[in-house]
Design a protein around this ligand. Structure first.
Ligand code: ADP
Length: 195
């Protein structure tokens, strides 16, 4: 199976691009969705997290208190490592299973942390959806209602744009209309079909 990694910073247009590929019949595995699934109630990773951090990470209904955990790891790099040591191998295993099960002409793995979490090791080619920080902030704040400062913080924590540009095989600059994005994707889709 030919696997294309799709990445980009917050608000760059990963979801917009993924939806376009899905419309062409290409299966898209979303690393963010997998990351949520593996900590669902009843999943072994959730138990491991509660054992490592304490029951305060669980809500009354037994589900993960994402906000509390997020705030905790934001303040402590060490706990971030602990969390990632638990979740990353499980996420990776599940991604591999889903990639292997795909039946479309090629498959896309969309991940905001494709390079940061070494998920690019699983792919044959990597596509960066790229946009200026200004555009990222405008789009993400409109979509999520988050403040400009919050989005700037997220951007600052992500891999620098220039580094992602260097690592990507294909780059689509999503700084215009959606139509312009789709036009660029058509050419790439053709290439991926003929890999
Ligand atoms: P990401 O998944 O990378 O965070 P999205 O695909 O969700 O980004 O895009 C962020 C927001 O900007 C969404 O509301 C999306 O519909 C919008 N958007 C994306 N690309 C464009 C574009 N070229 N023109 C206008 N709006 C766009």
């Amino acid at each position: 199976m030919f696997i294309v990694g799709l990445t980009g910073g917050i608000g760059s247009g990963k979801s917009a691009a993924s939806q376009w590929f899905e419309k062409q019949g290409i299966q898209v595995i979303d690393a963010d969705i997998v990351a949520r699934e593996v900590v669902d109630v009843g999943q072994p990773a959730l138990k491991e997290i509660a054992t490592a951090f304490g029951d305060w990470v669980l809500q009354a209904d037994g589900s993960l208190n994402r906000r509390a955990l997020r705030e905790h790891i934001f303040q402590s790099p060490e706990s971030r490592h602990t969390l990632e040591a638990i979740t990353h191998p499980i996420i990776r295993k599940s991604i591999i299973e889903q990639l292997n099960a795909a039946t479309s002409p090629y498959v896309i793995l969309v991940s905001p942390l494709l390079f940061e979490t070494n998920q690019h090791e699983l792919t044959d080619r990597n596509l960066l959806i790229d946009a200026s920080e200004e555009i990222q902030i405008a789009r993400a704040s409109q979509r999520d209602g988050q403040s400009i400062q919050q989005i700037q913080k997220i951007i600052a924590a992500q891999m620098p744009r220039a580094e992602k540009q260097q690592r990507a095989d294909d780059i689509v600059l999503n700084d215009g209309h959606l139509k312009h994005l789709y036009q660029q994707l058509i050419a790439l889709h053709e290439n991926y079909l003929n890999h």
